[in-house]
Design a protein around this ligand. Structure first.
Ligand SMILES: *Cc1c(COP(=O)(O)O)cnc(C)c1O
Length: 387
């Protein structure tokens, strides 16, 4: 398939060409149904089966046990929700931080530990704090990287986790700053909750060490409009059951994400992307190798540029998904964006909160696209070296 533009957008991001071709057909008619994907009822047997299949695909890719008769520590639920990852920022504390009984000292109200490692975890903690106000709960900031300009991540020896916390929350990949956790954080015994919006299913992870994972689709899995939640059954059992229907994890689990009209199209795209990931790519470890090669191609150019390109993240924490860098000044950055656009590279502007430049290398971005961008960066440097 010919592309005029190679897409390095921070999100919604590139999707695999083969999936786009299938979607083109599905907008007219899903072959096995005979109807447009945009007009298939969410109450149809076909759609119910699609949801179940997509749940299984996610469990399979993550290596989570799928059989019947599992104990609640081995059993996981997969949800497809609306409202984006942002909705989970408040739905989570709403569900899990319980109001202290009136007779109880407010200080014994439940609390959660949060890491603040960048733009998205700042958003997550702000919403959690708003929720906590309602029930005199507490949100602890275990670490905040703001003073360092969010250019590095804390490692375990810098953190003193609270064994009493109701849960521990962090962001596995800070999309805006290009920082990625390369180890699993937290204390065994404290439910581990992770926003994996920008690196979910981009490489193998030990999923069974997490109690609650959430990730919206528009970075690695599909279009905007659906957010995946993977929750251990033990965790679900702790969620309050008196929240309004849509905001109640119990209701959503019982309905298999079909409580109200779900985003049928977005879920269908996720199903196709996961099938591509399983069958064409060959699963998470193959995907991880491709993603590593893409990131290496760009980091090598940055590393060999004698400071022409300045990477934002500390080397050990840099992201395979979002490569953030700067040039000498804003004028040169504007020139970079302009020349890149002319050469067919799009989506390279840094996040509006930080400026600079960012190449996002989500699953749908091909290795040869990253290699072409690396070549372009190399040539751009040669042209502008004197600055
Ligand atoms: C993009 C992003 C979000 C925001 O997601 P929405 O779906 O727009 O709410 C949250 N967390 C992370 C890590 C992100 O990259």
């Amino acid at each position: 398939m010919h592309r005029n533009q190679l897409n390095f957008s921070g999100g919604p991001g590139a999707l695999p060409d083969s999936v786009l071709v299938q979607l083109q057909q599905a907008v007219l008619e899903v072959p096995e149904v005979g109807l447009s994907i945009l007009g298939i009822s969410h109450r149809s047997d076909w759609f119910k089966a699609l949801v179940q299949t997509t749940e299984q695909q996610i469990k399979q890719l993550l290596g989570l046990n799928m059989g019947l008769g599992l104990g609640s520590s081995e059993k996981y639920h997969v949800l497809f929700l609306q409202g984006g990852a942002t909705q989970q920022f408040s739905m989570l504390p709403m569900a899990f931080l319980q109001q202290a009984a009136p007779s109880v000292d407010a200080r014994s109200a439940s609390f959660a530990d949060y890491l603040v490692t960048g733009y998205w975890s700042q958003k997550a903690i702000a919403d959690a704090q708003r929720q906590a106000l309602d029930f005199q709960g507490r949100i602890n900031t275990l670490w905040d990287g703001q003073d360092g300009g969010y250019s590095r991540l804390p490692h375990t020896d810098e953190l003193s986790f609270n064994p009493e916390a109701t849960y521990f929350h962090y962001v596995s990949n800070e999309t805006v700053e290009g920082l990625q956790q390369h180890q699993i954080l937290g204390l065994e015994g404290v439910p581990r909750v992770c926003d994996m919006s920008s690196d979910f299913l981009s490489r193998p992870i030990e999923a069974q060490r997490f109690d609650f994972i959430y990730a919206h689709a528009q970075k690695n899995l599909g279009p905007a409009g659906v957010t995946v939640v993977v929750m251990r059954d033990e965790m679900l059992q702790k969620a309050r059951n008196d929240a309004p229907g849509f905001l109640n994890y119990h209701t959503q689990v019982a309905a298999h994400s079909n409580y109200n009209t779900p985003p049928v199209f977005a879920i269908y795209v996720v199903h196709l992307v996961l099938r591509w990931l399983q069958e064409d790519i060959g699963g998470l470890s193959a995907m991880g190798q491709i993603n590593q090669a893409k990131a290496n191609a760009l980091y090598e150019v940055i590393g060999a540029s004698s400071g022409f390109y300045k990477g934002h993240a500390a080397t050990r924490d840099r992201s395979m998904m979002n490569v953030c860098f700067r040039l000498h000044d804003a004028e040169l950055e504007a020139r970079f964006l302009h020349q890149a656009a002319e050469a067919g590279f799009t989506g390279l502007a840094g996040h509006r909160s930080t400026g600079g430049l960012r190449a996002s290398l989500y699953n749908g971005v091909r290795l040869d696209a990253a290699q072409k961008l690396a070549q372009f960066m190399h040539e751009f440097q040669a042209q502008h070296q004197s600055r």
